[in-house]
Design a protein around this ligand. Structure first.
Ligand SMILES: Cc1cc2nc3c(=O)[nH]c(=O)nc-3n(C[C@H](O)[C@H](O)[C@H](O)COP(=O)(O)OP(=O)(O)OC[C@H]3O[C@@H](n4cnc5c(N)ncnc54)[C@H](O)[C@@H]3O)c2cc1C
Length: 146
């Protein structure tokens, strides 16, 4: 099955239709990747998390990568890779409008918050404050079979 490069427009279409990606970050040369829900805004992907390793690492090194894929069968696929910068959206007046925008986009999917909220240690999730953030898109590429 042949593969081709996707246009920027096709990449953005794939990102806006998807809602789960793999978020990669690194610290001190060590990579870390986890599945995550996201919502696509213009030139930014929004997500939600509780405190933990990925947030600690992204705070210390904001370079991030997200990979999203769409499969219609085992041979037909699209895959988009986004490289970008982690930008936290704290609960401050300065970020209020964008936090609401991120929330509005994320809540279009049912139970979008649940995987980010769950922790093996349930006492930790009860006291922790949710974190909203964006990945500002620097570079985007996509490939698909046809
Ligand atoms: C389909 C799907 C959607 C998800 N959506 C979100 C979301 O929107 N927001 C969100 O915050 N989380 C989401 N998660 C959970 C996410 O993948 C992480 O498990 C979770 O966020 C904890 O990450 P952390 O870095 O804070 O880990 P911590 O709780 O700090 O734990 C770090 C340690 O646990 C291990 N670990 C953590 N997560 C995983 C994992 N998924 N698999 C294997 N080992 C792991 C790491 O290797 C590391 O050693 C989703 C998971 C799935 C499967």
């Amino acid at each position: 099955m042949p593969v081709r490069e996707m246009t920027d427009h096709e990449c953005m279409d794939c990102l806006s239709k998807g809602h789960v990606g793999h978020l990669a970050c690194s610290r001190d040369g060590v990579p870390y990747i986890v599945p995550i829900h996201y919502a696509y805004g213009i030139e930014k992907l929004y997500a939600f998390s509780m405190p933990g390793q990925k947030i600690d690492w992204l705070r210390s090194n904001p370079h991030a990568c997200i990979q999203v894929e769409e499969r219609s069968d085992h041979r037909l696929w699209k895959s988009v890779v986004v490289q970008g910068q982690f930008r936290e959206l704290p609960d401050t007046p300065e970020h209020h409008t964008e936090r609401i925008h991120a929330w509005d986009l994320l809540q279009e999917r049912e139970l979008w918050w649940e995987p980010g909220y769950l922790r093996p240690d349930e006492s930790a999730q009860a006291v922790a404050t949710p974190i909203f953030f964006g990945i500002v898109v620097d570079q985007i590429s996509g490939r698909q079979t046809f």
